[in-house]
Design a binder for this molecule. Structure first.
Ligand code: NAD
Length: 342
């Protein structure tokens, strides 16, 4: 529209695109334009591209900066299918709580793959939660039994509500069961279940495994919370919390009896849930299947109703770039970005 702040992309027919400058997409605008369905598609596509080797993640940089107890880093990559190049920068600032800010802070920076010019700055906090939820949702879509009825949530922190909302869109769940290390956090997740019209029960970990057909673990635990023997045949479990060396959510022995899938092999064996089973030689790298192979139909996923499937969702930079790129496009189309020139 004429009211749009953004200059027109093409001044007249057959002209070269006019460089509009760098677009800025705020956290608030990301929340407004980026829905779960778009995030699901973006993440599924990028996992597919990773398995075809048309998209790859560059080595991750993560450093303790020696100030404010902060962990700071970069996750970057290039998706040749989606033509998305860039990085997510940010990290973990534990003191932010006292400042009324979230501890995890991130910003996505997108570049034009044809010229290397800076294209967009996109708030990354909301998008991180959305893309992480989309990741477990993609795993449920491709690996969980179609007749899954009970969803088990291990964890009730910041990410958990996003995880719950995305997961329930993949199967006709009839009930949510939950366990959390900090019981006082559970009511917030219970409220989301109520909003979704689903019965919610707070249970022990063992009871959760006995009831659940699909389990999502999304905690910052450093030791196994789930015993191998508690998991019933046919369960799909998405391990989403372990994204760092030393973290762990499930019994390493579970990975030896489950069919194991991941977003990215390199991360799975070093900093994902599989790091422990690999270190203990319970499984080998060749036992782990990139989920993109299942999406592409080049490897099988679940082959029976008895299979235990386990998705090691480690979180890759390309997921961030994928959702940020879609968010920027949607925001630009709606005229909800501001532009500047360097
Ligand atoms: P949060 O701080 O809001 O919540 C932490 C959760 O872990 C809570 O449920 C808490 O009760 C639980 N917890 C804390 N200490 C525990 C312990 N010792 N034993 C068992 N549970 C414990 O964090 P969040 O933003 O919800 O993130 C949860 C986890 O997910 C973190 O480990 C985070 O690094 C990880 N994460 C992974 C991805 C990914 O792509 N895989 C993306 C974002 C976050």
């Amino acid at each position: 529209s004429k009211e749009n702040h953004a200059p027109e992309n093409h001044s007249h027919k057959n002209s070269l695109p006019v460089n509009k400058g760098v677009s800025v997409v705020s956290e608030a605008v990301c929340q407004e334009v980026m829905g779960r369905a778009d995030a699901f598609t973006a993440v599924e596509n990028v996992f597919s591209a990773m398995a075809k080797n048309t998209a790859y993640n560059f080595p991750v940089i993560r450093e303790a900066i020696g100030h404010a107890d902060a962990l700071y880093g970069f996750k970057s990559g290039f998706d040749r299918d989606g033509m998305v190049l860039g990085l997510k920068s940010g990290g973990y600032w534990p003191g932010n709580v006292q400042k009324d800010l979230t501890n995890h802070q991130s910003t996505v920076i997108l570049f034009d793959p044809d010229t290397g010019q800076l294209k967009s700055l996109v708030g990354g906090n909301y998008l991180t939660a959305v893309r992480t939820a989309a990741s477990s949702a993609v795993s449920i879509a491709h690996l969980a039994r179609k007749d899954s009825k009970v969803l088990g949530m291990v964890g009730a922190g910041h990410q958990s509500t996003f995880q719950l909302r995305a997961a329930v869109e993949q199967r006709e769940f009839e009930k949510i069961v939950c366990w959390n290390f900090h019981p006082e956090q559970i009511p917030k997740l219970a409220a989301v279940a109520e909003e979704l019209g689903l019965p919610f029960e707070s249970v022990t970990r063992e009871e959760l495994c006995a009831q659940a057909d699909v389990i999502i673990t999304i905690t910052s635990a450093f030791e196994a919370l789930i015993d191998k023997d508690w998991i019933k045949p046919g369960t799909h479990i998405a391990c989403m919390g372990t994204d760092t060396v030393g973290k762990q959510e499930v019994d390493a022995k579970l990975l030896a009896v489950a069919k194991v899938f991941t977003d990215e092999l390199a991360q799975s064996i070093t900093l994902g849930e599989a790091q422990h089973a690999i270190a203990q030689k319970l499984i080998q790298q060749s036992d782990i299947v990139p989920i993109g192979e299942v999406i592409n139909g080049t490897k099988t996923g679940r082959t029976s109703a008895e299979d235990i499937t386990l998705f090691d969702g480690t979180g890759v930079g390309l997921q961030d770039l994928a959702v940020a790129s879609v968010a920027a496009e949607l925001a630009e189309a709606k005229g909800q970005v501001t532009y500047f020139n360097l």
